[in-house]
Design a protein around this ligand. Structure first.
Ligand code: SF4
Ligand code: SF4
Length: 471
């Protein structure tokens, strides 16, 4: 595989492919500086969060758990079920709008600062390569060498470590879906006991190994959907990593009095993980990783020139057009985000411990029964209770009013619903048949009450069917 010649980047095609369309390997040079330090802190924090979250418990349960087979989701103390799917709209919609707002303000900042792809490749996978194979120059030389025992050993070690890390990451991801305890149980049992999870875990491991180990920047450039539509989200006021052509051009030697500040050292290109030259303007391939800022600042410092030839700036900044912080786009995204936050607060805040639905059973609307020579009309209903809380609930039902001497018959006496479980129970309302001669519309209010706390969880008015007189 050929290596990127960063001093001669092609104009007519992606620099990650050669003239035959084959992959060109990019080994970015190491960089240090202000932004690198800030991003490293952020990356380490995010890796810590990813690995720590499955260990955090709230109310004795894993704080974040997406139990797909049972369709139950723990979200920091809240329990969601499949019927809560519309509420997921708020979470996903809110996330998408935050991303849109951040992109409109600072460009592809997500990619450089928080995308798992960048976080893992930069912090861990490239770190291992540097540790084993040395800096960029040494790595280029290493890959050009003929295969020998030492090269084979180093490559095997590198891919062995990559595989080990991919397994750790994939197991952590699986813990978010099957639960930490379950995962440990599955790991200690033969794969045959949990084939589906085993296959999913093996697939995720393969994808991570392929992507973080080899595919890398090609994913950002070719496949990432966010990268495709980021240009739609940005405008001329968005501040992103930009080369200041006013200051830098024309390029030339330090000794040339007519030259700008760019000394054409190619340091900014050599450190770029996507193989682009930021001096050609804002490009789709740029993941805003800020490496070129640090690289150029280092050169400017050596030359005793002000830093910031490459910096966070908008197109308007470079054209010296004052940028409005609150552009119509930012206001639009902000208003939509606010609406979603309000909607989510109302939807989630309005949740109760129990979701209760009372429905009439599908068979005949009523039955006439005779007891001790007296006729009664029976209406059958069913109550479906879903316990969305962290404790079991014991429930009873009663009727609030009693028109036509209506009686509630609840065969179970009381109903105990365990946490995260659903239970359905039938009940009947019995009314005197003679009441239908006098009344044209009988309605009964049924209450479902917590046996211990006496909290009324549901009040539902039910229309009683029966032999009403024909009008
Ligand atoms: S141009 Fe700069 S910010 Fe963009 S990907 Fe390359 S190094 Fe990162
Ligand atoms: S690092 Fe700075 S000075 Fe060197 S080529 Fe890039 S922009 Fe020019």
């Amino acid at each position: 595989m050929s290596q990127l010649d960063f001093r001669n980047l092609p104009e007519e095609r992606l620099s990650t492919t050669d003239e035959h369309g084959d992959h060109v390997n990019i080994i970015p040079a190491e960089v240090s500086g202000y932004w690198k330090n800030k991003r490293r802190i952020m990356h380490i924090f995010l890796i810590f969060v990813l690995f720590a979250l499955p260990w955090i418990e709230i109310n004795g349960e894993q704080a974040l758990l997406f139990n797909i087979p049972d369709r139950v989701f723990n979200f920091f103390g809240l329990i969601f079920f499949a019927h809560d799917a519309p509420k997921v709209f708020f979470i996903l919609g809110g996330g998408a709008l935050v991303l849109a707002l951040v992109t409109a303000l600072w460009g592809r900042v997500w990619c450089g600062w928080a995308c798992p792809q960048t976080v893992f490749i930069e912090t861990i996978f490239r770190g291992i390569e540097t540790l084993l194979l040395g800096n960029r120059q040494k790595q280029v030389k290493f890959y050009k060498q003929e295969m020998n025992f030492k090269k084979l050993l180093l490559l095997s070690t590198k891919w062995g470590l990559f595989l080990f890390l991919s397994l750790i990451i994939s197991h952590t991801l699986v813990a978010y879906f099957v639960g930490r305890e379950n995962l440990f149980h599955m790991m200690s049992a033969p794969p045959a006991e949990s084939w589906t999870v085993f296959v999913i875990m093996a697939f995720i491991t393969g994808v991570i190994l392929f992507d973080f180990g080899w595919f890398r920047e090609q994913f950002c450039i070719i496949m990432c959907p966010y990268g495709r539509f980021q240009s739609v989200l940005m405008d001329e006021s968005s501040k992103t990593v930009t080369y200041d052509y006013n200051r830098g051009e024309p390029r030339g030697k330090k000794s040339d009095p007519n030259a700008g500040d760019c000394v054409d050292c190619f340091k900014c290109v050599s450190v770029c993980p996507t193989g682009i030259d930021i001096r050609r303007g804002q490009q789709l391939e740029c993941i805003a990783c800020t490496r070129c800022i640090d690289a150029c600042d280092e050169i400017m410092t050596k030359l005793n020139r002000p830093k910031g030839l490459i910096r966070y700036a908008s197109i308007n900044d470079l054209k010296k057009i004052p940028s409005k912080l609150l552009s119509p786009r930012i206001i639009g995204y902000g208003v939509l985000l606010l609406a979603i936050i309000v909607g989510a607060t109302i939807a989630i805040g309005g949740r109760t411990d129990l979701a209760i639905h009372v429905t009439r059973t599908k068979n005949s609307p009523f039955q006439i029964v005779e007891e001790k020579g007296q006729k009664f009309v029976l209406n059958q209903f069913s109550v479906n209770i879903k316990n969305q809380s962290h404790k079991p609930h014991k429930l009873i039902a009663r009727i609030q009013n009693s028109p036509a001497h209506a009686e509630l018959i609840f065969p179970l006496q009381n109903l105990t619903v365990d946490t995260k479980k659903s239970q359905r129970a039938p009940f009947f309302i019995r009314t005197k048949a003679e009441a239908f001669n006098e009344m044209k519309d009988i309605r009964v209010k049924v209450e479902i009450i917590d046996y211990d706390s006496k909290v009324i969880y549901k009040t539902r008015e039910l229309k009683i069917a029966g032999p009403y007189p024909q009008s």
